[in-house]
Design a protein. Structure first.
Length: 328
């Protein structure tokens, strides 16, 4: 094992149960043409500052700063590889230890969530996102674990659109239901699972699933994801001593939060935006309850939190990547 990979495995031991990181995207060409101000500034490794432009009574302009602290903060100079190595890569090795691992991308429409998770091209070494980079490292981790006798990798890809479930890797239209069993815990009945034998197999399935999800044009984003997607990689290991270890890696691209009233959204886009905001609110409530050690965790408030219940409790590690737009 090389020094770099040994360091990554060691770093996986220090990953907290819930880690929240912020990624600020650069101003877009359109925002630059409109002279939109950049209101966000990374002050240090853990702090981001939001600048609010205000007027005094005498109409003198001034800036009020709001400071927010997170586990890590990445500014617009950090590319997808830097973000992945700094915030997500150690999670891969945690999955091989039997941990239920989850990585979310959360933010407003147009803030760079899908670019962060998938990249502009999943096959391009420079521009590919978190999910294709994790696909590569999963097979690297498999090769380095000498105590493994046999490994079986399976994946599935699920879309949640207006609280309805859809299998993105199946050609058949099957009604999917969330069920809880004593043996396997929470499962999605009818969801297809696909064996993976190589990185190429995994990349192909990622490509197929992305092509099938729901997209639409909004006033904030010309190509906006209108659904949540959960890409699940299950790692089943048989060790040399005969014992079995199972880990799960959930890679979640959340639909963007929206101010449906502010942007005058109507019809189907209004319904989509309302459902998106409700499920994101439910997710926020669950994470708040977990970090506050509350007795009741409201997992059943949405399909998203219900599906991820076992990945947000017990033997779990979750990284939330908050993507931020630099303009107001």
């Amino acid at each position: 094992m090389c020094i770099r990979d040994r360091k990554i495995m060691e770093a996986s031991r220090d990953v907290p149960k819930i880690c929240v990181v912020v990624r600020k995207r650069p101003l877009s060409k359109k925002e630059i043409q409109k002279n939109d101000p950049d209101i966000l500034e990374r002050r240090d490794a853990n702090t981001i500052v939001a600048k609010e432009f205000k007027l005094k009574v005498d109409l003198t302009k001034y800036i009020e700063e709001h400071h927010f602290t997170f586990d890590k903060v990445f500014d617009e100079t950090v590319d997808n590889e830097g973000l992945y190595r700094g915030a997500v890569q150690p999670l891969v090795y945690s999955a091989f230890k039997g941990t239920k691992v989850t990585c979310f991308a959360y933010g407003q429409t147009g803030s760079g969530k899908t670019y962060t998770m998938y990249g502009s091209d999943i096959y391009d070494e420079e521009f590919k996102g978190i999910i294709p980079r994790a696909a590569f490292d999963i097979f690297q981790a498999w090769e380095y674990k000498q105590e493994i006798k046999e490994v079986e990798l399976r994946c599935s890809m699920l879309e949640i659109y207006k609280e309805n479930l859809k299998d993105l890797l199946s050609d058949e239209s099957v009604e999917l239901k969330i069920k809880e069993t004593p043996q396997r815990g929470i499962i999605v009945e009818g969801l297809s699972e696909h064996p993976i034998g190589s990185e190429e197999d995994l990349m192909y399935l990622i490509d197929v699933g992305e092509e099938r999800r729901v997209w639409a044009e909004t006033r904030q984003n010309s190509v906006s994801s209108r659904s949540h997607t959960i890409f699940v990689i299950e790692v089943r290991q048989t060790l040399e001593n005969g014992s079995e270890v199972r880990g799960t890696f959930n890679l979640v691209d959340l639909a963007g939060s929206e101010k449906v009233g502010k942007f005058g959204v109507q019809g189907q886009l209004f319904e989509e935006g309302t459902k998106i905001n409700l499920s994101l609110s439910a997710l926020g409530n669950v994470i708040h309850a977990l970090t506050s050690n509350l007795d009741h965790i409201p997992y059943r408030d949405s399909k998203l939190t219900r599906l991820l219940q076992e990945s947000l409790g017990g033997n779990y590690k979750t990284t939330l990547v908050v993507t931020c737009s630099p303009h107001s």
